[in-house]
Design a protein around this ligand. Structure first.
Ligand SMILES: NC(=O)c1ccc[n+]([C@@H]2O[C@H](COP(=O)([O-])OP(=O)(O)OC[C@H]3O[C@@H](n4cnc5c(N)ncnc54)[C@H](O)[C@@H]3O)[C@@H](O)[C@H]2O)c1
Length: 253
């Protein structure tokens, strides 16, 4: 198994993409901390991992609060003694025009989507620097590469994630810490299915512009993260892996 003896922390692991990432890492042998602002869902993912006969621990943490992130690091080290892989996946997304975006909405996107990865990388990074090994994978978004309306706060926060990824990759390369991002396209999660029901015409338009004409499955993002966390990707740092069925590769279709 590719991740035997490795300890991974996945934020926002209670559902959707984070849950799939946690399961993908566990299937390759990692012990996984599933952390989420919603503890029961994180516990459910941890139960699924234990059903695979892999150790798992669910911890409640809001990634946008430094005190909770510090507590997350403490509890992880108490339970498993180290951290090798951090996946900054927790995120929020509200589709709202610039004119209608409130200050609170702007701040919430920045706090969870951008400050969260910063706080978690900084806190877990201290430990990774000491052990001279780390793999950090940040979940960005296709909107950085192909931008729809209504995504100013979300897209700006995810563009920041790309820059954070590159700067961390440069600063920490000498500590054997690789930092990469994954930009998912439209992934079949409860969030997206709900949005599709609410905006069927908008989704039809998006759908028509995806060359593969399909949703990405959460497990396919799990596979991309697994690759970047595995020894096969040891030479890759500061990169962004787009997993979007070709959506960002075209002008129109
Ligand atoms: N679904 C898509 O199509 C898609 C596309 C591109 C990028 N993404 C990104 O992938 C990531 C996961 O998206 P998803 O579709 O699985 O979303 P989701 O809403 O299904 O899951 C997000 C999880 O993050 C948790 N979370 C929210 N705020 C948190 C906080 N402050 N602290 C800790 N946990 C928190 C939620 O409780 C939830 O379990 C996000 O960063 C999202 O922006 C998703």
């Amino acid at each position: 198994m590719k991740l035997e003896d490795k300890v991974a922390v996945v934020t926002g692991a209670g559902q959707g993409i984070g849950r799939a990432i946690a399961l993908a890492l566990a299937r390759e042998g990692a012990r996984v901390v599933t952390t989420d602002i919603d503890l029961p869902s994180a516990q459910q993912t941890a139960d699924e991992i234990r059903a695979l006969a892999r150790p798992a621990l669910a911890i409640k943490a809001d990634v946008s609060r430094s005190a909770e992130v510090s507590q997350l690091v403490r509890q992880t080290l108490e339970a498993f003694g180290k951290v090798d892989i951090l996946v900054n996946n927790a995120g929020i997304d509200q589709i709202v025009s610039v004119r209608d975006t409130t200050e609170a909405q702007w701040d919430a996107h920045m706090d969870v989507n951008l400050k969260g990865p910063f706080l978690c990388s900084q806190a877990f990074g201290e430990h990774m620097i000491k052990q001279k090994y780390g793999r950090i994978i940040n979940i960005a978004s296709v909107v950085v590469h192909r931008t729809p309306p209504g995504q100013a706060a979300y897209g700006a926060s995810k563009a920041g994630v790309i820059i954070l990824t590159r700067v961390l990759a440069i600063e920490w390369a000498r500590h054997n810490i690789n930092v990469n991002s994954v930009s998912p396209g439209m992934v079949r999660t409860p969030l997206i299915e709900k949005a599709q029901q609410e905006n069927p015409r908008l989704f039809d338009k998006w759908w028509e512009s995806i060359p593969q004409r399909r949703f990405i499955e959460p497990g396919e993002i799990g596979n991309a993260v697994l690759f970047l966390a595995s020894p096969e990707a040891d030479a890759i740092t500061g990169a962004n892996l787009v997993v979007d069925g070709g959506a960002s590769a075209i002008w129109s279709y």
